[in-house]
Design a protein around this ligand. Sequence first.
Ligand code: NAP
Length: 262
Amino acid sequence: MVRIGIAGIGGRMGREILAVLQSDPESQLAGGLVRPGRVAELAESFDRGIDLYDALPALAERADVLVEFTTPDATLAIARECASLGCPLVSGTTGLIAEQLAELQELATRIPVFYSRNMSVGINALLACLPSLVQALDGYDVEIVETHHRHKADAPSGTALALAEAISTAVRRPLEHHAVYGRHGVAPRQAGDIGIHALRAGGNAGEHTIVLADDGEEIRVSHRAYGRRTFAIGALRAARFLAARPPEFYAMPDLLASESRG
Ligand SMILES: NC(=O)c1ccc[n+]([C@@H]2O[C@H](COP(=O)([O-])OP(=O)(O)OC[C@H]3O[C@@H](n4cnc5c(N)ncnc54)[C@H](OP(=O)(O)O)[C@@H]3O)[C@@H](O)[C@H]2O)c1
């Protein structure tokens, strides 16, 4: 039985993780972390028996691992505190800038940290297959289109960036020179562009399409999350994986490899 704390429990992902956790016989809720001063207000929207905290030490004492889906600034504040408290951390927050990601990796020398910009098995399988597909289609135009709900803060999505990074590495076109984020005005496609486009509308939990095309044909590879449940299931699998690991920076391929080994 793994005791799990949820940081950002009042948010969309936090509530979904709670719902999945409550029907998971291998996990137990240690409590939820909310922003300072919000315990009383948020407690009304949770069933009795769900313990809310606005400071990490009391929650970390009861938890084997903390799962957090918050905001990039909160992620780093939480990760620093987890490192001081010796609490393993699963993070799914997107929109981290390079310096924040580097600090998270540095903190993983002190505690186990699992970070994935997409916790679904489908996207991670796609990330694994993508290099051979784009290498086989050398010279084809590459564009990525993602759609998310109207509340999503960061653009493009962390998943779109992960897909673009996988493609850019496979075709050896550095993203900083070849990424084109949307187009406006006179903006014809340049050879080697990796176009990345973000749509924000309605309640879409996450949809990504990679378009690979030349003059004669086109391949579209799409992934659509039917809801947040698939991400929540992945986050809890990551939490169970992380609870007994030594300090290191882990990602989805580590989890999938360990599960396939049994
Ligand atoms: N990796 C994946 O598979 C995956 C999947 C879906 C989403 N995400 C990412 O997960 C993140 C959260 O998404 P969401 O849709 O759940 O957002 P959300 O609904 O806005 O939830 C974020 C929650 O974090 C809380 N929070 C902010 N700062 C905090 C702090 N210092 N301590 C405790 N709680 C704090 C917010 O509280 P307040 O309301 O009080 O500000 C809010 O309840 C985003 O970066 C999103 O892109 C990742």
